[in-house]
Design a protein. Structure first.
Lengths: 121, 651
């Protein structure tokens, strides 16, 4: 059964694309954030089932945001969105508690697979 | 009058039965460690403890009863799922079984149980808590295959591993190594060795919860292979499927004292001798025409006696036969302990344990087999790191296999370890001064490898607790040859080593070739005879002062049996002493051939081997004696030691 998702990315284009993919597959996008700081605030407000988190963002990067969110909700389910060449940062994010990751350019089925698996459905 | 009730005559039965239970306990416990969820096994173990408790209680052995009771209780907790099967549990249970075993030994010796302080083991059993999280149960390999379009494979692998660890699963090892995984130095799949109490399905599910993974497989080597073997066995033998793997030892049997069987077989041996004598009499009656009628009647009766003695002999021999399982069943425990000691992982496979062998032979081969298995674990199988570096599976494999081949039983001890290093053996034999470098360079690999059976030979650089003391392989060979068996080794460097032991089905009666040398008749075991040749003098040559001839394109040394047994130098024979025709029995032992020159070949006969007695020990070249049809005595040639003697005398 689909869930409520928050998309975090500084590029509006990426947010749009992800939103399209997710909503087409029956997921509800309950919040969008363009930086880590905003993501932490909105997570508290909306308590989504899942977060897709970009790594490099202004103000607060994705990894720090993961740490902050997990501090508030140790059960938070977060998928990292990374670009090629960011291996080390993805590993950091996993250590910080991210559950899985997807690599840009996104392939819709890969995004859905990761979301499904993390949500356990 | 309960306390005057005399239980002492049940002591023998009690000991026998308890021994059987202890043996099957050891076997089943080791099995349980590998199949922690096998309820049938748990039941079988529980029942064994229960039976020991009951019977030791009836015998009045209180300590033993208490111990069995605590063991049974612990098993009951396992049965109810309160305690999970772990290595530490198995260790403790085996420790308890060891105690039972040693108590039983004391009881066997003294008729009463020892007065030992058992507090420690008692409280260990009482206080055992299943350590659910740590060191629980099994280790197994997973193969994880990533989706073909997976990007950032290294991070993916890292995620899989950290997901396993987050779920409380210990990641013991990976192939390729962790740093290679993270550096993306691998193809589309990688292997992980996990240690966990969770069943494999759960672990697969956990790994499967990571995205972009195409497939996860459990390589639990043990289970797969076991199943294959079981399938094979079911094809070969007609036995009910399923449960037969669990040792219960509950066949319907009558216990017979071995000595009784031995004396029965001895009596049959006498009958065989008498039959031969009768046949001899019939032969002699040929010369008396007037007795033709009697001769025929006698001949008929003799034929009948012959058939009956044959059958009788077969039956008694069968009664003496025991399945090799009697010996093999102890080995999983041995291998487990050795593997733990040396920190290696070993997949130990037993095949053909239902093959039967004469009881006395069974005893003779136990030590050689232990030695070979120890060698395999200690020197054969490499350390885990070494195996991984060589690209071998980290888990070493040792196979113990038995099968019957015509009139012998073959036992194979095989490992997939480092194999014998021919170059190292070469250096060693030259260093020991056994052969010169020139001689070595002419030798085949097979001949060089055979040097491992030479007394005092060892290629191991370091001496460990279990093996490598420089005694060993020669003893193995001698023990096996003493029972008319043969040892052969095959090895490939880096791939593994295989030992083949070929044993006769029984010791007592063999077929032999009777030959005459001077005034004496000798018996040569037919199993050692390759061929009987008439060699003409013109076809012989002197090579290194040994008279030789060509046999199937190979040089064959011709040895004067008489001279050899006399320990005289075989080369005393001078040119003109050589007869025009040499009656030669071509014999083989440990893959070397020789021709024994005799005066006359008399024929083939079944002979009963009688020992030469202790006052004539170590008569090299002779394996015993037998009584002939005419009441005369024939010495039995022990080909292996005779040829050994020759190679010694020849230098």
């Amino acid at each position: 059964m689909p869930g409520r998702i928050m998309i975090v990315d500084d590029a509006a284009f990426m947010r749009m694309m992800l939103k399209d993919i997710l909503t087409k597959n029956g997921y509800e996008v309950v919040a969008e954030a363009s930086n880590g700081h905003e993501a932490v605030l909105k997570y508290e407000e909306t308590r989504p089932d899942l977060v897709t988190m970009d790594i490099t963002m202004p103000e607060m990067d994705g990894i720090t945001a993961v740490k902050e969110i997990r501090k508030k909700d140790p059960q938070a389910k977060i998928i990292m969105c990374s670009a090629m060449g960011q291996q080390a940062m993805v590993v950091d994010a996993i250590q910080a508690g991210a559950r899985d990751f997807i690599v840009k350019p996104f392939k819709p089925d890969r995004v859905i697979e990761a979301v499904k698996k993390v949500l356990g459905n | 009058m309960g306390d005057t009730f005399d239980v002492s005559h049940y002591l023998g039965v009690f000991i026998e039965e308890a021994k059987e239970h202890i043996e099957s306990l050891e076997e089943n416990l080791v099995k349980l460690e590998k199949e922690p969820y096998n309820q049938d096994l748990i039941q079988a173990i529980f029942r064994s403890f229960h039976t020991i408790k009951g019977s030791s209680g009836s015998m009045g052995f209180q300590q033993m009863t208490e111990l069995a009771h605590l063991l049974e209780n612990l098993l009951d907790r396992v049965r109810r799922g309160e305690v999970s099967v772990s290595s530490s549990l198995i260790d403790l249970l085996l420790q308890g079984v060891d105690f039972l075993k040693r108590m039983l030994e004391e009881i066997t010796k003294k008729g009463q149980e020892p007065d030992w302080n058992m507090e420690e083991i008692f409280s260990a059993l009482q206080d055992f808590r299943g350590e659910k999280e740590k060191d629980d149960s099994g280790e197994y390999w997973l193969t994880v295959k990533l989706a073909s379009d997976c990007s950032m494979k290294g991070v993916r692998a890292y995620l899989v591993i950290s997901r396993l660890q987050d779920s409380g699963i210990e990641v013991v090892n990976t192939v390729p190594s962790l740093s290679d995984l993270e550096g993306e130095n691998f193809g589309q799949s990688f292997d992980i060795l996990v240690r966990t109490a969770l069943p494999p399905e759960e672990v697969v599910k956990i790994v499967g919860s990571v995205a972009e993974i195409e497939r996860v497989e459990v390589k639990e080597g043990e289970k797969e292979k076991k199943n294959q073997i079981e399938e094979k066995e079911e094809k070969n033998t007609i036995s009910p499927p399923g449960e037969q793997k669990i040792t219960t030892n509950l066949k319907k049997t009558v216990r017979v004292d071995v000595e009784r069987l031995d004396s029965l077989l001895n009596l049959v041996g006498e009958l065989v001798i008498d039959r031969t004598r009768l046949e001899d009499i019939i032969q002699r009656l040929k010369d008396y025409q007037e007795l033709v009628q009697f001769r025929e009647i006698l001949s008929d009766t003799t034929t009948h006696i012959g058939r009956v003695t044959n059958d009788l002999q077969m039956e008694i021999m069968k009664a003496r036969m025991l399945p090799l399982a009697e010996v093999f069943n102890r080995f999983p425990r041995l291998i487990r302990d050795l593997a733990r000691q040396s920190g290696k992982e070993i997949d130990f496979i037993i095949e053909g344990e239902e093959t039967e062998l004469d009881r006395s032979l069974l005893e003779e081969i136990t030590d050689p087999l232990i030695h070979l298995l120890r060698n395999a674990v200690d020197h054969g199988i490499e350390s885990r790191e070494e195996r991984i570096n060589k690209g071998k599976p980290p888990q070493g494999k040792v196979i113990l296999r038995a099968y019957q081949e015509e009139n012998s039983v073959v036992i194979v001890v095989e490992d997939d370890g480092r194999g014998l290093d021919v170059e190292k053996i070469k250096d060693k034999v030259v260093g020991m001064g056994l052969v010169t470098p020139e001689e070595v360079s002419k030798m085949s690999e097979r001949e060089i490898v055979d040097f491992i059976f030479y007394p005092g030979f060892s290629t191991s650089d370091e001496v460990t607790e279990v093996s490598g003391r420089g005694v060993g392989m020669d003893v193995v060979k001698r023990n096996i040859e003493r029972v008319n068996g043969q040892v052969r080794v095959e090895s490939q460097l880096g791939v593994g080593t295989t030992f083949y032991l070929r044993l006769p089905l029984t010791l007592a009666i063999i077929r032999a070739l009777l030959v005459k040398v001077g005034e004496s008749i000798y018996s040569i075991p037919l199993s050692d005879v390759v061929e009987i040749e008439k060699v003409e003098k013109k076809d012989t040559y002197w090579v290194n002062r040994v008279l030789t001839t060509l046999f199937r394109g190979k040089t064959l040394p011709l040895l004067w049996l008489e001279a050899l047994l006399d320990s005289r130098k075989y080369n005393f024979i001078s040119e003109d002493e050589i007869p025009e025709v040499l009656y030669t029995v071509v014999v083989s032992a440990s893959s070397s051939l020789a021709g024994l020159v005799v005066d006359e070949v008399l024929g083939e006969q079944e002979i009963v081997i009688k020992s030469l007695g202790s006052y004539m020990r170590d008569v090299r070249g002779l394996g015993g004696a037998t009584i002939l049809g005419d009441g005369g005595i024939s010495l039995i040639i022990d080909v292996a030691s005779l040829l050994w003697k020759f190679s010694r005398a020849g230098g």
